[in-house]
Ligand binder design. Structure first.
Ligand SMILES: Nc1ncnc2c1ncn2[C@@H]1O[C@H](COP(=O)(O)OP(=O)(O)OP(=O)(O)O)[C@@H](O)[C@H]1O
Ligand SMILES: [Mg+2]
Length: 248
């Protein structure tokens, strides 16, 4: 781990109940303000790695590692926005609760700050008055609400687990732009999990490529995307389809 890392882990191993290794010898480190992309096939261990970084491993998963540096305040945006919210609790109340607990604010102050977050994320202020539950929000609105809840934790590091996969392409683009502008404004570092190498290229300075629980290649995003060393990474980059030209 480099000296100026604010978050990192060395030789992380994760096993299931049967003792099978799901994540093998993963080492990652992150500097303040940096964005690290984590890419790789489904089931390669990206979500488990993020969950380990924030200390929220699912039951039955055991962890060993050699060293860890995890003091900064982390927040995580999960893969499926709807399932990360309590379906029966009004969304504004859920946001206020996070502000109240994480910012140690009183009830009225938490409400005022939660309202400011709604505005910053272009969510309707009516959400604060109407007691609406997650089921009545669009997918894009749910995702922005989750981003608001993550920001309410005032994170030094934001862990994003495919935050746009469940959204349609135009909303994906808006959500990515929003995350980028929030990062510029607030300066948090990010670990950004995505299947989409084009997204990774836009967002990340560094990339780590995972396959079957291991990091098979890692380094500057530009270098990995233009001159991948590993066969698996070459296959991933070759899988970016060129946009066909339309015949006139
Ligand atoms: N709660 C769990 N209990 C047991 N095994 C799990 C659990 N969660 C994930 N796994 C297993 O660990 C491996 C890595 O899963 P993980 O969810 O980290 O993959 P991923 O890279 O995030 O995939 P995807 O891109 O599909 O989200 C998979 O084999 C998965 O079946
Ligand atoms: Mg995942």
């Amino acid at each position: 781990m480099t000296g100026d890392a604010i978050l990192g882990v060395e030789n992380l191993n994760l096993r299931n109940r049967a003792g099978e290794l799901l994540v093998r010898d993963v080492s990652l480190s992150l500097r303040a303000g940096e964005t690290l992309g984590l890419v790789g096939e489904s089931g390669s261990g990206k979500t488990l790695t993020l969950r380990s970084l924030i200390g929220l491993l699912p039951e039955g998963i055991r962890e060993t590692h050699d060293a860890r540096l995890d003091n900064p305040n982390c927040a995580m945006i999960f893969q499926n926005p709807e399932s990360a919210l309590d379906p029966l609790c009004p969304v504004f109340r859920q946001l206020c609760e996070v502000v109240r607990v994480r910012q140690k604010a009183g009830r009225d102050e938490a409400r005022a700050r939660a309202l400011r977050l709604l505005r910053r994320l272009s969510l309707p202020e009516a959400l604060a008055k109407e007691d609406r539950c997650p089921g009545s929000l669009s997918g894009g609105q749910c995702q922005r609400l989750l981003i608001a809840m993550a920001l309410a934790c005032r994170p030094d590091v934001l862990l994003c687990d495919e935050p746009t996969t469940a959204l349609d392409v135009t909303v994906q683009k808006q959500t990515l732009e929003l995350i980028r502008s929030l990062q510029r404004e607030l300066g948090f570092a990010m670990v950004f999990v995505t299947h989409n190498l084009a997204v990774a290229a836009q967002l990340c300075e560094n990339l780590a490529v995972m396959q079957r629980g291991r990091i098979v290649e890692c380094g500057p995003a530009r270098q990995i995307l233009t001159a991948p060393r590993e066969e698996y990474t070459r296959m991933l980059t070759a899988a970016i389809l060129p946009v066909p030209e339309r015949r006139r």
